[in-house]
Ligand binder design. Structure first.
Ligand code: ADP
Ligand code: ZN
Ligand code: ZN
Length: 744
């Protein structure tokens, strides 16, 4: 007897398998990763086979059998990975497995399946019937005539000659045609962006980088010859992981493409992770153009059917390269040889909901498990990667252009009545207008103004559900909370004193857009932020508009710094470069450095050269000063030293526990209890900070515990134990508990 160990797919944290079932003879093909519908008490649940066993602790007659097996399941390698994610990020097996199953295998709703069509072909007897004047109805004759030109689907026959299935079936019964079911591919639409499919001759640095990756693919990893090319930490004997450090435009994507092709030549598959697919249309189009049928793409903007079919193509080996955002790290690529993480510094690699996995960490685990090479590439590496990974450098731009000079503008000296743009910034924008060139202006806040106050009595508009200011959105005439869904109409008068002189202080993208339109008229201004890009396709449309305009300004949030390449841009300006520095977060410096450096990389990509202006209240901050000199190495050296002194990652591991509830006293008590319990269990070398109050969101008070740990595994185990016990406690149902391992 074969016993199936099945993990139920359920949202209940307390219901934990695996549970044993008997394998029915009719389902002999079941294996680890198969998805089955099983009886569970009075209910029926979907579950995943996580293990096959010969015996069960239950007597054979007490074991139930699965009711049915679904069409597709996950490979065993991914079942291991999903369960690992569940453990590593304090989640449940069900949530971990959910990540690796065929798209559309849900706990609720309809399961997605392949789409099949009936196809018909004419048989010799059919030809004879046509020629020999066999007895044929008019419809039957029409069908046979049509099929003489070649096989057709029943849908095509219906449109061509108006034949129904009945006619086909009758012809088949008479032995005049043969039919079969054929799987139909729902293929994602390609981007409208044209991408060159030709291979440029690589520069020497690019060639060296590709050679080092290929040496790693071939297991010649620790060879002296390839090690000579590597800078930084020694390659060692561990699984091959590399950092590809190169400024924007240094040809990193070409290196990835060549490495993927080398993997394919060796019969192995590859995964290429990109930050957000909507922001990387140019890169995706290049992969598609170069790889043709071997290419698959997986992301959430595809229809359920498209996603399912792309997944199946990878699972079956029909396609062997998957490009996609963080979830593509779970793509069922066969014989995985290479994982590329493009723009490895990007925060979108961290999932925000449970399980809060980090695709970069999962990629590392999967690469180790599969013996694959991991390549992380960026212009602004994370301190973690700088410390841990041997690296390959692409120090110059392919086009031979120099990085643009960066000018720091100290806003502490600026006249506050002068508005959000400094006189120097206006002068530079004027220059762009006169030259008929293009500029990008970035401000990291959307809306018109972040504060609305009454000039007479000082009344201030806050969100009723969160402890934050409401943001004025002039275009929609509303006040909006950026933390919850709260929206109210923009008031005409103060509710306290009836005064109508209300002050809208500070600036967001809408206000900058208005200012630019007014002063730079008739130069067109394009705004790109999550408000203007909300509609499907709007993001690409705005970028295309800016690209096609002979001259113009693109203004927006961080979105303007990503995934495009416009050679006519001669000025990039960032208005509040230190805004990100004011977040109480140890990654604030790293984020600010990446943001300024990435924006700087957008200017001067053409013959006309370019410049960069950074407006800031903190010109002396290490992140801003180093970004202005395009000096990643200098920044990282200082930042690593700071992290070491403060014992932050990569010199420790962080685990954050967030608690939220409507009733504050109860929340405070429970937070203290959990903190006390944790302090008892955490391994030596761990510090627990908190509970610290966080500002209220969606009417829920919040508390945060932060653990700095030397030992990751034992710390996560202790947290898991404490949190799971609390989660099972029904008296705590009104308190939500979330665990974030390696918070970003
Ligand atoms: P990155 O990914 O580092 O920003 P890309 O790979 O996108 O750089 O290269 C920037 C541009 O230079 C692209 O248009 C690319 O096609 C082109 N390019 C890259 N390598 C070469 C090369 N060796 N010769 C000519 N053009 C190249
Ligand atoms: Zn007032
Ligand atoms: Zn709110």
């Amino acid at each position: 007897m074969t016993v199936l160990r099945v993990e139920p797919l359920t949202t209940a944290r307390a219901l934990r398998g695996p549970f044993d079932y008997r394998q029915p003879a009719a389902m002999a093909a079941l294996e680890v990763g198969s998805v089955v519908r099983v009886p569970f008490g009075p209910r029926k649940l979907l579950g995943v086979v996580v293990e096959l066993a010969e015996t069960s602790e239950l007597a054979p007659e007490r074991l139930a059998e699965p009711i049915e097996a679904l069409e597709a399941g996950a490979p065993a390698e991914l079942v291991r990975l999903g369960l690992w994610v569940a453990r590593e990020y304090c989640s449940t097996p069900s949530r971990g497995l959910q990540l690796v199953l065929p798209p559309g295998t849900g706990t609720g709703g309809r399961t997605v399946r392949s789409k099949v069509e009936l196809r018909a072909a004419i048989l010799p007897a059919g030809e004879q019937a046509l020629e020999g004047g066999g007895r044929l109805g008019a419809k039957q004759r029409a069908v046979l005539e049509a099929l003489r030109a070649g096989e057709m689907s029943s849908a095509e026959l219906a449109t061509a000659v108006g034949a129904d299935r009945q006619t086909l079936r009758r012809l088949e019964q008479r032995g005049l045609v043969a039919t079969h079911n054929s799987r139909l591919r729902r293929a994602p639409a390609g981007s409208s962006l044209a991408a060159p499919a030709n291979r440029p001759d690589l520069l020497r640095e690019q060639r060296d980088a590709v050679d080092a990756i290929v040496a790693a693919l071939d297991g010649r990893w620790a060879d002296k010859s390839s090690e000579a090319r590597l800078i930084g930490p020694s390659a060692g004997a561990a699984a091959p992981r590399l950092l590809l450090h190169g400024v924007t435009g240094s040809g990193k994507t070409e290196v990835y493409l060549a490495a993927v092709e080398a993997a394919l030549e060796r019969g192995r598959g590859a995964i290429v992770l990109v930050p957000e697919i909507g922001l990387a249309p140019q890169a995706v189009a290049r992969f598609r153009a170069r790889l043709g049928d071997r290419f698959a793409v997986l992301h959430s903007a595809l229809s359920a059917g498209e996603r399912y079919d792309e997944w199946r193509r990878l699972r079956s080996g029909e396609a062997s390269v998957c490009v996609g955002p963080r979830s593509a790290v779970f793509a069922p690529v066969r014989d995985l040889g290479l994982i590329v993480v493009d723009e490895e510094h990007d925060p979108s690699y961290k999932q925000e909901g449970d399980p809060c996995y980090d695709a970069r960490t999962v990629a590392r685990r999967r690469a180790e498990d599969c013996g694959a090479v991991l390549v992380a590439g960026t212009a602004t590496p994370r301190p973690e990667s700088w410390l841990e990974l041997p690296r390959l450098e692409l120090p110059r731009r392919v086009d031979g252009l120099r990085m643009p000079p960066v000018k720091l503008v100290d806003m502490r000296d600026a006249d506050p009545r002068g508005g959000p743009l400094h006189a120097d910034t206006w002068a530079a924008l004027e220059g762009v207008r006169l030259a008929g060139a293009k500029a990008i202006v970035m401000i990291n806040r959307r809306g018109f103004a972040p504060w609305l106050t009454c000039r007479s009595c000082g009344h201030h508009w806050d969100c009723p559900n969160c402890d934050v200011s409401l943001i004025v959105h002039r275009h929609s005439g509303r006040l909006v909370c950026h933390h919850c869904a709260h929206v109210e109409p923009q008031p005409r008068a103060c509710p306290d004193c009836a005064s109508t002189t209300l002050s809208r202080a500070g600036a967001g993208t809408e206000r900058i857009e208005a200012l630019l339109k007014e002063r730079l008229d008739p130069m067109p201004v394009f705004r790109l932020d999550s408000d203007t890009a909300a509609e499907r396709g709007a993001h690409a449309r705005i970028l295309a508009g800016f690209g096609e305009a002979p001259s113009g300004v693109l203004v927006g949030t961080q979105m303007v710094a990503k995934g495009h390449d416009f050679p006519e841009v001669t000025l990039a300006a960032i208005l509040d470069a230190d805004a990100t520095l004011r977040f109480p977060d140890f990654r604030a410096e790293e984020r600010t450095f990446a943001m300024v450096a990435q924006l700087a990389g957008r200017s001067g990509r053409g013959e006309a050269g370019g410049e960069v202006i950074v407006q800031t209240l903190a010109p002396g901050a290490a992140s801003i000063a180093h970004a202005a000199r395009h000096d990643a190495a200098g920044f990282l050296a200082g930042e690593l030293e700071r992290r070491r002194l403060l014992r932050y990652p990569p010199y420790s591991h962080l685990v954050r526990i967030g608690l939220a509830a409507e009733a504050e006293p109860r929340l405070e008590t429970v937070a203290r209890e959990i903190a006390a319990e944790l302090r008892e269990r955490l391994p030596a070398g761990s510090d627990l900070l908190g509970p610290a109050p966080m500002f209220r969101v969606r009417n829920r008070h919040r508390r945060r515990l932060l653990i700095k740990a030397a030992e990751r595994e034992r710390t996560v185990a202790a947290v898991r134990e404490v949190v799971e016990r609390r989660a099972a406690d029904r008296s705590l149902r009104e308190i939500s508990i979330g665990v974030d391992v390696d918070p970003q």
